[in-house]
Design a protein around this ligand. Structure first.
Ligand SMILES: CC(C)(COP(=O)(O)OP(=O)(O)OC[C@H]1O[C@@H](n2cnc3c(N)ncnc32)[C@H](O)[C@@H]1OP(=O)(O)O)[C@@H](O)C(=O)NCCC(=O)NCCS
Length: 198
């Protein structure tokens, strides 16, 4: 088969095609999430739902789920941050949600951090988690808990430990996904609240 320059009809098989050019640099800004970011956020999360055991969700999250979560976090004034490229594509997000609903837990939150495919391993997780912790301290939160799968989430464990989280416990066989049992690792970090929170 002959390929002529500019021939749009015939394409080389994927493994013979030249890789897409690398962006000149890995540049992004961190800012609070907006409603318009939610489709990208949902896409990032659903990638891990479908392809990994780092989340115990098994069904793709819906637009409605993310709209409701955004509304709840906005109402509770809890941080929900995104990392966006200069073209405003979301390449990662980090948020906290209430650890438990009973009122005595009000100073404690659970964090959640996910990067898009290709954005991992370059320090973005560290930057996002640091920004999330600072945002939590600014609003007077006192403790953050991370619940991490005991399988396939080594990067998350390392990320949290490097950010000052300490392992406080494990549970075995509490999850079951892709035909196998999974446990959870609990890590906790004490914050330095910058103001009083009711
Ligand atoms: C977890 C995650 C947010 C980490 O972000 P990241 O940008 O890749 O992490 P960083 O580059 O800032 O690296 C943080 C630490 O983790 C280590 N790390 C990164 N990828 C790793 C991997 N695949 N395996 C083991 N350690 C890894 C880094 O070496 C670094 O440790 P060091 O400072 O001692 O070298 C990201 O990998 C991700 O989105 N993973 C999938 C989703 C997920 O697991 N979310 C958490 C659910 S609880």
């Amino acid at each position: 088969m002959q390929f002529e320059p500019g021939d749009q009809r015939r394409r080389l098989p994927r493994h013979l095609q030249a890789p897409p050019p690398e962006p000149d640099s890995f540049s992004y800004v961190i800012r609070p999430a907006r409603v318009g970011d939610l489709p990208d956020v949902r896409g990032i999360y659903n990638h891990y739902v479908a392809n990994s055991v780092v989340t115990f969700d098994e069904k793709a999250s819906t637009h409605r789920y993310w709209r409701e979560k955004f509304a709840l976090l906005t109402k509770l004034k809890l941080p929900f941050l995104v990392a966006v490229t200069p073209s405003n594509a979301v390449i990662g997000y980090a948020l906290v949600q209430p650890w438990a609903s009973k009122s005595a837990y009000r100073y404690t939150v659970e964090d959640s951090i996910y990067l898009g495919p290709g954005a991992g391993g370059k320090g973005l997780g560290t930057v996002l988690l640091r920004a999330l912790i600072e945002a939590c301290e600014q609003i007077g939160l006192r403790e953050v808990v991370a619940v991490i799968s005991d399988s396939g989430a080594e990067a998350s464990v390392r990320l949290h430990e490097r950010a000052g989280f300490v392992e406080v416990g494990r549970m075995g066989r509490v999850g079951f996904k892709f035909g196998r049992s999974l446990g959870t690792i609990y890590l906790q970090r004490t914050l330095k609240p910058q103001r009083r929170r009711r």
